[in-house]
Design a protein around this ligand. Structure first.
Ligand code: NAG
Ligand code: NAG
Ligand code: NAG
Ligand code: NAG
Ligand code: NAG
Ligand code: NAG
Ligand code: NAG
Length: 513
């Protein structure tokens, strides 16, 4: 008791000498969100202290602001004026407290777009683990205005204010910090996404990685988001073990790896997660994923006092491929549920989102297991196309593969004509990737039917199986639908047709989705 009290007094004394400091993730070399949004800075000071925040370019003061630290929490927070892209700037914070003046500084700060990258092991996979790793690492130094930051793996039962740890403090990219080691830092998808954006936009990009392998969406969701899908603590399930397994308890990663970042102004989020949910709550993902997106949007908007846009762009990767034996269709189901069962995004339930289709980027001989394909360049390239279209308003850009609009049953010719929304590039004939259902949906045994021809926007299938009783049609509904970049259907920009499933409801012509 005595010891505990002494310890408490000692700790209190240490805290009372409270240093002036920034929150953990404000550091030299960082990128802060540029205008029209305002960047938010925060940190700790003495109770009720007056502080002045100054932004300098060289010797020149470009902005000055006065704030006060909270009497109890000792937190101060400054919403800067909107800044144009560029730099370098330095930021100094002076604290005036009981006649004492102290100061802290950030150097080499740029304003640009800040993207948060989250998810599981395919987001965690580092630049050193992917194809052409040495080339990608060697090129790092050509992109000094793409800055990187990685949060440490951490979980918590409570929502935390600040990050418990940082693996990579804000840094200028180098071969060493982009290729630190397997599944550590820095994320290849995040890096390449940022790099491709930089090549288009030509202004600074800040990348914040907060990801953990083998984690289900439930761990990244707030209690509120989970409740909206009917999940609560009483539903905690013990899921099957999984390669590279991180924590699975509800909200623990939201609490420790996302909540602390809410006060940072962001441009958007990218997300590569879903594999773990092929083993857990798979058929809830069409609720839990849209709920996470909406919840994160509201929380980042509120946390940044309205600076992060309420409906900020949210991009994600549709899960790729995995060689397993004797398993169910949980992979195609997750892919479908990732789009809230529309098959494409954005859609009504998932506005302002974009998706990289990855079902044709398989890698059977990946040394990290086939669930970790090494072509992250194509993933990031497809993702950045979506960002340009959805987040940066490049209206004319084709960023989605062809999606079917209508299916027409030709009983006489024993054909099914599938009309897409874009011209089709037929890479090769395929006799298995389309499947029909010939009976009651509940009893359905899906049977493959071959492609016969494709011209312009129509793919014609030869349906000898059940020319008169088609009740459903699906495409690429397997874990591993084709070999590397060898699915049959693409558009002229080499973007693959995503998987779909659709039902006729007894009509000879039906609209898909
Ligand atoms: C902060 O500034 C106000 C107004 O100048 C002053 O009244 C107050 O005492 C200052 N607070 C501290 C802790 O110095
Ligand atoms: C800021 O603090 C450092 C010591 O930490 C001091 O050397 C420096 O002069 C201070 N800067 C100003 C402008 O007060
Ligand atoms: C999600 O998918 C499951 C299984 O297909 C379905 O029963 C459920 O109604 C869907 N939920 C939503 C919200 O779309
Ligand atoms: C950050 O935002 C969260 C969510 O709005 C809030 O609970 C927290 O107090 C904020 N932290 C700071 C330092 O303002
Ligand atoms: C690797 O580099 C070669 C040669 O430049 C290139 O042809 C190939 O597409 C690259 N692979 C990936 C996945 O980017
Ligand atoms: C889109 O393309 C059309 C025709 O090529 C062109 O007139 C228009 O300016 C383009 N719009 C944008 C936003 O690039
Ligand atoms: C289906 O397409 C074929 C050409 O591939 C055409 O001959 C046939 O008339 C079409 N059937 C229907 C019902 O549109």
């Amino acid at each position: 008791m005595m010891v505990a009290c002494l310890l408490f007094v000692l700790m209190w004394a240490l805290m009372a000498g409270a240093e002036l400091r920034f929150a953990s993730y404000f550091a030299d070399h960082m990128v802060l969100q540029k205008g029209p949004a305002c960047a938010v800075l925060w940190g700790y000071g003495d109770p009720g202290a007056n502080l002045t925040v100054k932004v300098y370019q060289g010797e020149h003061t470009v902005m000055k602001q006065t704030v006060q630290a909270d009497e109890v929490l000792r937190i101060w927070k400054a919403v800067l004026s909107p800044m144009a892209q560029g730099g370098p700037y330095s930021i100094e914070v002076y604290q005036f407290y009981k006649e004492e003046v102290t100061n802290i500084t950030l150097q080499d700060v740029y304003f640009g777009d800040v993207w948060l990258c989250s998810g599981q092991s395919n987001m965690e996979m580092t630049v050193s683990q992917i194809f052409n790793a040495s080339k990608e690492l060697a090129e790092a130094s050509r992109f000094p205005y793409v800055r990187v930051f990685a949060a440490s793996l951490a979980q918590s039962e409570e929502e935390l204010l600040d990050l418990p740890g940082i693996d990579l403090q804000w840094s200028v990219p180098t071969a060493e910090n982009l290729g630190h080691g397997d599944f550590s830092y820095f994320s290849a998808v995040c890096w390449l996404f940022g790099r491709y954006l930089y090549e288009m936009l030509q202004y600074p990009i800040g990348l914040v990685e907060s990801s953990w392998g083998g984690t289900p969406i439930e761990a990244w969701s707030s209690q509120k988001a989970l409740r909206s899908c009917g999940l609560s603590e009483d539903h905690r399930r013990v899921p099957v073990s999984y390669p590279n397994s991180g924590p699975k308890a509800f909200s623990v990663l939201w609490n420790a790896m996302i909540h602390p970042l809410l006060n940072m102004t962001l441009q958007g989020v990218i997300w590569y997660q879903g594999e773990a949910n092929t083993l857990m709550d798979t058929d809830l993902y069409n609720c839990t994923f849209p709920a996470l997106i909406e919840d994160w949007r509201k929380a980042f908007h509120d946390g940044s006092v309205g600076q992060t846009e309420q409906s900020f762009p949210f991009g994600f990767v549709q899960v790729s491929t995995y060689h397993r034996v004797g398993v169910d269709d949980s992979f195609p189901r997750i892919r479908w549920h990732q789009t809230a069962d529309y098959g494409y995004v954005p859609n009504k339930k998932m506005p302002n989102t974009f998706m990289a289709v990855a079902l044709d980027l398989c890698d059977a001989s990946s040394p990290y297991g086939s669930i970790h394909p090494r072509d992250k360049q194509s993933v990031a390239y497809r993702l950045h196309l979506g960002a340009l279209a959805v987040a940066y308003g490049k209206d004319n850009l084709t960023f989605q593969g062809p999606f079917p609009q209508q299916v027409q049953v030709d009983v006489a010719l024993k054909l099914l004509n599938v009309t897409y929304n874009q011209n089709i590039q037929l890479h090769h004939m395929d006799s298995k990737i389309f499947e029909v259902c010939c009976s009651d949906l509940a009893l359905c045994k899906w049977k493959p039917i071959p492609i016969r021809t494709a011209s312009f926007r129509t793919v014609t299938l030869h349906n000898l199986v059940c020319p008169q009783t088609v009740t459903g049609l699906r495409y690429a509904w397997t874990e591993w639908p084709c070999e590397y970049k060898q699915c049959p259907l693409y558009n002229i920009h080499s973007l693959p047709a995503p998987p779909f499933i659709s039902f006729s409801h007894n009509s000879p012509v039906w609209v898909v989705s």
